[in-house]
Design a protein. Sequence first.
Length: 534
Amino acid sequence: MSDWGNQEPVRLMNFREWVPDSARFWLYICFLAVFQFSNGFYFTTMAQVVGERNVTMNDAHMFGQAVLIGLTFYFPLAFRLKFRFTNRTSLTVAATGLALINAVFPFVHSYPLLLLLCYAGGFFRLYGTFECFSNLLPKITPTYNYAVFLSFVFFVVLGCIHVFDWVAIQFIYYYGWTYIHLLSVALCLSTIVVVNITMRHFRPMPRMPLYGIDGLGMVMWSIFILTAIYVVQYGEQYGWTADRRIRIGIGTCMIVLAACILRMFHIRHPFIDKGTFSCPNLLNLLVLFLGLDILLGTQNVLQNMFTGGIMGYSQITAAQLKWPEFLGGAASALFCWYVRTKLGWHLKWLTFISMSAVVLYNVCMIGILSPDINIGKLWWPVFLLGFGHVGVFIALTVYAQAYCNFKYYFQVLCLLGFIRTGIGDTIGVSIWSHALDGCMRVYLAAIGSAANFSGGQAFGSLADMISTEALLCSLRELYGWAVIFGVVLLIAILCSHFERLRNPYPTLRQSYAILSRLWQTSNNKTEKENKEQI
């Protein structure tokens, strides 16, 4: 490791001298909290947006996915922007972008424009988040231990999501969904003021030009993944290939993907380089993230159907379950930090234990499905889900970093984001939604045919009982299939080969040196080609 990365004590030099050292770390934490809260679109406002706007629930889900895709597509540009602009400039730009998006979102009714705003909101959100984390890295772990750093990152990111979802639900319940955007605007404006008062323009390394960024490639890859999500999200609604829109979507997706692959081989600096796919076990990582998303889909579909359809919980009551999920994520981050740094556990076992927690959540749900239970009985299963979710993210991301060439690391994160925060969630929700509809039809027919309608009981009451029983039977069956799928995934993990870590996480100076060398090499090639043409 470089001496610069191990200096004691580590000072955050982006602040003005009068700002106390003890306050600098917590100012960054406050900035992080603001960026985690600020989005172009909030998942917790879906029902209200659908009710007040001329949009469907699939449209609302698509807006949420656009936020996550915009977030994912920041990764390949992360260090290029960091070495071009100072931290103060970047934080100001990110906060300003989020403030403008949240200010105009409640007044926009055009579907394409709303989709674009959500995409930009995700991009600016990660822009600000990365700027904070990259400066906190030497403070969190002076030895640049990536297991420690990622445990902190995923605790903050995923933990804040659950806490702020709870906060957002309270605002929606008492005020209305538009007030969430007003609160976000106020927080972003406050961040802009604090950043410009307390921070200075400081560069730890010389400025690097923004040459060689493939903007067209970014647009093409974005169109590809958004079109793929569109096909999966709206396929059930439109009848899949029976509808012209889905056929056009599939065709567009294939054509754009082919163009992206051709571009990858024919330009010097593509947005996603072909060398990215040489990362060891990349396919295994994508499959594991997809498997995790499918298992997590049971919470989004089956658990929500149970709490809303059978238990009759309102949104504000069901929001209590955000807390055990948050605590599970915090426990997982501490667990990953301890077993990796203190015990030196193999990542294979960390992945296995974390995925087992997600499978155990589905097992527990089979046992407690009943219309007579108290919400407190859901705390333990949801805790396990939060524990496993964060643990798998930490383990697999640490593994990706250890075995990927740093030149391609952030492009690998972008590819993984296609699954873990992109189409994987949509696939999981679609699978369980389609399966639930099919099971409901079967059980309604079976239970309805065996029901006795001549006993003098009111028809409406009997119909409710049949519907509830059919839903309970459907949920138990689907949770059972989720357990079987999870066991298969656990066996696959045991059979997989996880090599021990070998690549340390590069310091900021090492990252700059790598990117600077790549840029100089490209610049020299360009000058040589120009001379040959002359």
